[in-house]
Design a protein around this ligand. Sequence first.
Ligand SMILES: [Cu+2]
Ligand SMILES: [Zn+2]
Length: 172
Amino acid sequence: MLKIDMPVMGSVILAAALVAATDTASATEHASAAMINANGESVGSVTLRATPHGTLLHATLENLPAGAHAFHVHAAGVCEPPFASAGGHFNPGGTKHGIDSAEGMHAGDMPNIHVPASGALEIEVLNTQLKLDALLFDEDGASIVIHDGPDDYASDPAGAAGARIACGVIVQ
Ligand SMILES: [Cu+2]
Ligand SMILES: [Zn+2]
């Protein structure tokens, strides 16, 4: 049995090495998303930068309604109003939604943003579960989505955050 298994194991290891090489090739240090509202108007941008501890997002936003809004990474890179096209939350781990959930969270889950009366906001947030790799940049891409209401950090699958009011495709 051992004589048969050895070559099989060798090819499995080779296949794993090829997959790893492919992943490395498609990983990137920087990415960005141009954010649009449901009318197709620009509401700013988000840059994403790989760090040793996750992805640092830097959002420079304007013309948003004041108040608390959910801020997520969604699984599809398609932003056609009303942005259902962006799919669900980016969730490569197959976990449940929510920063407060013991069975969570999604890699796309992030803290709410709080827009002041001016409608403009600049923030940085570190997403320790997000990597700018081939999982994020898969065939259908990924996006950043801002919701009308805040994420309750618990309700599966999307935090009961209401309508999607802004979206941006993440591009390398
Ligand atoms: Cu969302
Ligand atoms: Zn989620």
